[in-house]
Design a protein around this ligand. Structure first.
Ligand code: PFF
Length: 455
């Protein structure tokens, strides 16, 4: 079968726009709207923003290109793709093991991501109950409990599975192209509203003006790198499998650049919304600093400080809150479908199951894992987040760069890139990227990883 036919048999995005919305849908998620602003808040504002922007283009974009190119070249999921790049049996075994590690990491991430998405989704009926004056219902939906968290995690997981079961074009692409424009419009509207409220300008200053003395703070570099990898969905084979559904006529370096730009732009926009919102909250008497004088971050910021702010603004605030949590749920959904696609595509190709069957089994297994985390929350939640995002994603990122740079021959790389970009050989991308991905990018990631561990 010709590669193009093979791609059609396994599903393909119908257009370049379809791929860009699906890949940006994967990239833009809780990492942008929750992770980026809260990391910015806990690392002193503008200094973090600056380092993040530099790392996104220095490390994350080249690694994204490695995944897209491997995916389109092999037209397989990560477990089958990596051995295909190697001709020595030991390397093939290593490639397969790396692929399985990626699939496992995607499952771990989805395991905790669905819990967090469930918390956020529960705030939607909480806001509706508030607007309609149902105090008891509002209390139940807005307070964490095993019943509420389990129920909303199940709902979110079922929604994710329902989209993935419909396939690449009718599920992933169709829903990403519906949801992403809605997300951007909601976010612009919210940011514009918040910026008009008293106190917002103080937050804007903290966000936009870097304090360069903070750049050397321990942990800042490592956090910014982890955030960039998480935000661009790297390391776990998501971008690789999406790359495998891209048509040969697409210009990959350009398409990848769009994805990185939109992802970074939306993270930046989320900061414009959330950091000023914190200072609006402060003006209204809500505490935004912790005892050690750093800004409140993480779940407390999203699930306590911001809802307090919405409550203090009356009915208009409840409506803003409703829109905000719809926005977060949409962002989480377009990302979770891309995570679920990783093990589903593996199960499809490996065990020759139908897509529906593969999706049901995989989604049920991951949901069971989410329940396990919920029942042992203190012991498992933080550990799973740390192992999957802080350790595994950067390590897998290094391995994928090495596979793209060393296992793929230069001629194969050039042929793959030139397929949708005939002038590739004369381009700046071709002059820099192949060498960069072999040496510089892996070394930089490892150096930062080690610095982060020792910090
Ligand atoms: N990029 C997503 C976010 O920023 O929320 C998270 C993510 C999606 C991580 C897909 C990994 C992944 F495979």
């Amino acid at each position: 079968m010709a590669p193009q036919d093979a791609a059609n048999a396994r599903g393909q995005f119908s257009s370049r726009f379809g791929f860009i919305t699906a890949a940006t849908g994967s990239a833009v998620g809780l990492g942008n709207i929750w992770g980026f602003p809260t990391q910015t808040a806990s690392h002193g504002g503008g200094a973090f923003v600056l380092v993040y922007l530099i790392l996104a283009f220095l490390l994350a974009y080249p690694a994204l290109m490695a995944e897209l190119i491997i995916g389109r070249h092999t037209r397989h999921n990560m477990v089958a793709a990596l051995p295909q790049l190697c001709n020595r049996p030991t390397l093939q075994v290593f490639g397969r093991a790396t692929g399985l590690y990626g699939v496992l990491t995607a499952c771990l991430i989805l395991g905790f991501y669905a819990i967090v998405a469930g918390w956020l989704m529960a705030q939607i009926p909480a806001a509706i109950a508030d607007i309609s004056g149902q105090a008891v219902a509002k209390q139940w939906f807005s307070q964490s409990s095993l019943a509420r968290d389990g129920l909303f995690c199940a709902l979110f997981s079922a929604l994710t599975a329902a989209i993935v079961a419909r396939g690449v074009k009718d599920g992933i692409e169709r829903w990403s192209t519906r949801l992403m424009p809605a997300l951007i419009v909601l976010m612009l509207g919210l940011a514009a509203t918040v910026l008009t409220l008293p106190g917002a300008m103080e937050g804007l200053r903290l966000y936009l003006i870097p304090d360069f003395t903070l750049i050397t703070n321990p942990g800042l570099l490592g956090s910014a790198m982890g955030q960039a990898f998480f935000s661009l969905s790297l390391g776990v084979g998501t971008m690789l499998i999406y790359g495998s559904y891209v048509s040969n006529s697409d210009n990959l370096p350009l398409t990848g650049a769009y994805v990185a730009l939109v992802d970074t732009g939306i993270a930046f926009l989320a900061g414009l919304l959330i950091i000023p919102a914190m200072f609006v909250a402060q003006q209204r008497g809500i505490r935004i600093y912790k005892a050690d004088d750093t800004l409140i971050a993480g779940p407390d910021l999203i699930l306590q400080t911001l809802p307090d702010l919405f409550n203090s603004l009356g009915v208009v605030g409840s409506i803003i809150g409703l829109v905000f949590f719809v926005l977060l749920t949409i962002a989480a959904l377009t990302s979770s479908i891309s995570m679920l696609e990783v093990p589903v595509s593996f199960a499809l190709e490996q065990f020759k199951l139908s897509r529906r069957r593969a999706t049901c089994w995989v989604a049920a297994t991951i949901f069971t894992f989410s329940l396990l985390i919920l029942f042992n929350f203190d012991a498992l939640f933080g550990a799973v987040v740390k192992i999957s995002t802080q350790y595994s994603q950067p390590l897998l990122g290094v391995l994928l760069c090495l596979f793209a740079g060393w296992a793929l021959h230069r001629n194969q790389l050039l042929r793959e890139i030139s397929a949708g970009f005939p002038a590739a050989e004369q381009s700046l991308f071709w002059k820099i990227w192949p060498g960069y991905i072999r040496f510089v990018c892996p070394l930089l990631i490892i150096a930062m990883f080690v610095q982060n561990l020792s910090g």
